[in-house]
Structures are given as C-alpha cells and as structure tokens.
Write a protein that binds this ligand. Structure first.
Ligand SMILES: Nc1ncnc2c1ncn2[C@@H]1O[C@H](COP(=O)(O)OP(=O)(O)O)[C@@H](O)[C@H]1O
Ligand SMILES: [Mg+2]
Length: 349
C-alpha cells in the first residue's frame, strides 16, 4: 500500500468512527513510514497516537472548566520546578564566544527559521541541544540568545530541584513539563542536567535512575520539531552516554581567551559612560585574567566601576573613569578565591 492508500483508509475509518480499524491502519502507516525512512513523520504520528490513547485512558470523566483554568491549575502544579517562563530579547550581540560556537548556534537557528523548507524535503529538524563547559561561560546566556533570536517563549527548568524534591515523581513531573512546553512550541531549558547522575546518591532503589533516564530518552524522542530542548551542564562526564547521543547538537563553552576578554570588556562598557584611567594596565589585567570565567571577570569589572563611581562622587571628581588598580586587585582576589581548595564532600557512612 502507498501512503495515500493509508490516508484514504484513515479518513474512512475516522469518519465512520471505527476506532479499532483506525488504530490498526495508523499503526500500519507508522510502520510503513519507518520502512520508507520517514522517521520523523513516523515519530510524530506515534506520539499523536500515544497521547490520544493516554488521554482516553484517563479521560473517563469529562472535564469541566475553561482551558485557561486547567492550565492555571497545572501551572501551580509545576510552579516549583519551572523557575522562569520568559520571553527573551537577547541576541548574538550579548554573547562573546568562539567562531565555532557562533556557527553552530547560527546554523541551529537557521534550521528553525527554515523549518517549513526542511519539512518540504522531509529532512529532520535538529531540536535538541546540549551545552556543556565550565560555570560562568555563557551556557544560560546562550539559551536566552537562542530563545531571543527565535522569538520563542522559554521555560527554565531546574533538574536538580525536580530530582531532589520528590524522587519517585521525577519522571511524572518531567513528562508534565515536556507536555506543557510541547503544546506551546517553546524552548525548554534544563539546567543542571548532570543532576541525573546524583540520583544514584539519593535513591535506595537502583532502578530509579534507569527509569528517569528512560523517561528522558522517550520525552526527547517524541518532542515535536518546533519545540526545542536545551540541556546545560558543568559536568558532562556525569551524564549517561545514551543520553548524550540523543542530542542533535553538542556545544562546548570554554573559558575566554585574551581577545574574548577584551570583547567582554567592550560589551560591558558599551553604553559609553565609562573609560579606563590606564589602558596599559587594562592589557595586563586581561592577561592575568586568562583562566577565569566570563562571569567572574565581568563581575569584578562591574564592582570596580561602581567603586570608582563612589570614589569620584565623594571627592567631587567627574564620574566616568574606571580605577584600573581597583579592578586589578579584585581580579587577584577572585583568582585567590578560585584557587582555594574546595572542601571534599563528606563520605557517607
Ligand atoms: N560568553 C559570554 N559572553 C558574554 N557574557 C557572558 C558570557 N558568559 C558569561 N557571561 C556573563 O556571566 C553571566 C553568567 O553566565 P551564564 O550564562 O549563567 O554562565 P553558565 O550558564 O555557563 O554558568 C551572564 O549573564 C553574562 O553576564
Ligand atoms: Mg547557567
């Protein structure tokens, strides 16, 4: 049978309300699509089918109340796990990173902007991205940039909170979040993706982690193409191999080079209200800042600016000069703090 024969049967059984035959022919079409390499189409059909079967199972009572009311109830339910629901106006201008990362991100954005073109040729659309690398190097920021560039609403989810609060309900809560975000074609940003690795520590039940990983694998597999998942982690080595492989794009964020630090400084000062009191000193500070994160460098610079403003205004000088000696001292302190050995985690008895 060809695809159009299946569609004719589906129309017929649908209109005749013949559920058994409809399900049968849908299964056949899913199978046919898989064999003819229309894998995405097969997955989409399958998720429609599954969703509908599940709704029928639980939907013995017909629901009362508006859709909005139901959504509010579910929002309340998910409230503790969804940290933020945001619309972002971040763009590439806000992010400093390597050409390589820019290319990967741009290509991903391009795919989503041209989603209809890809569909026309039955090409798969990448929608699962993994960001990894040290803390403070722009993973969260890049997720805002993706959402902003694509004008999509973004759910920020903290996996750590979901996993640790009610372990037994982790899978259920994740499924709820995915269902909600899928319905709204959003970006789901899952921070602390490595928390999954910690399930081993929390749970007495050794099957628990496997179950959660399997749930996530399934949720990722049945994600509608318009919906994007971004997972972020500082510890990629904690994550199950099978899970890592499920992502279409895997991007590493790194500590900034001298050139990138310079760009970060320019970005931070771009409103034009501040300049440095000593340009040579700036070059030296940039040099010694190699090895610390964008976040730490920017934080110390902003602190130096604020203190310089206080200094100038208390001594009635014109505000606008940044005291580089101050910034230099702050960078030293930051480096010292980072070098301090972190106290080892207490061993469990
Ligand atoms: N690559 C970057 N380009 C510009 N600013 C950055 C970059 N990385 C970090 N920052 C600054 O540090 C803040 C925290 O970074 P964040 O994206 O949360 O890091 P991560 O998620 O990797 O830990 C950002 O909001 C931004 O102000
Ligand atoms: Mg982050």
């Amino acid at each position: 049978m060809s695809q159009s024969d299946y569609i004719k049967d589906i129309a017929r059984y649908g209109l005749e309300n013949d559920q058994a035959k409809l399900l049968d022919v849908l299964e056949q079409l899913i199978d046919h699509s898989r064999k003819t390499k229309k894998v995405n189409f097969a997955l989409q059909l399958q998720s429609i089918l599954k969703e509908s079967l599940r709704a029928q199972k639980t939907g013995v009572l017909s629901s009362v109340g508006s859709e909005l009311h139901k959504q509010r109830l579910e929002d309340r339910d998910l409230g503790e796990f969804i940290l933020e629901k945001i619309t972002s106006d971040y763009t590439f201008d806000n992010l400093v990173c390597s050409e390589n990362v820019i290319d990967e991100l741009s290509f991903f954005i391009e795919e989503h902007k041209s989603i209809n073109l890809l569909r026309e040729f039955e090409l798969p659309v990448s929608n699962k991205v993994l960001f990894h690398g040290p803390s403070g190097c722009g993973k969260t920021l890049a997720s805002y940039v993706l959402a902003g560039e694509l004008h999509k609403l973004m759910y920020v989810v903290n996996l750590g909170a979901i996993v640790s609060s009610r372990l037994g309900e982790t899978s259920k809560n994740l499924a709820k979040i995915f269902r909600r975000a899928s319905a709204e074609n959003c970006v789901i940003f899952i921070d602390e993706f490595d928390s999954l690795g910690k399930v081993r520590d929390y749970s007495q039940d050794h099957g628990e982690m496997k179950r959660i990983v399997n749930t996530i694998l399934q949720l990722l597999d049945f994600l509608p193409q318009e919906c994007i998942v971004i997972a972020a982690t500082n510890q990629i080595e904690m994550i199950d191999e099978a899970l890592i492989r499920r992502f279409d794009v895997n991007i590493k964020f790194e500590l900034p080079t001298a050139t990138q630090i310079r760009k970060l400084v320019d970005l931070t000062l771009r409103n034009g209200k501040f300049t440095f009191d000593n340009d040579k000193a700036v070059s030296a500070i940039i040099k010694k800042s190699i090895g610390i994160s964008y976040y730490s460098i920017q934080k110390t610079l902003i602190t130096a600016i604020k203190r310089s403003v206080f200094e100038a205004s208390s001594s009635k000088k014109t505000v606008g000069m940044i005291n580089t000696a101050l910034w230099s001292a702050l960078i030293d302190a930051e480096k010292k703090a980072l070098l301090k050995p972190v106290s080892p985690r207490k061993k469990k008895a």
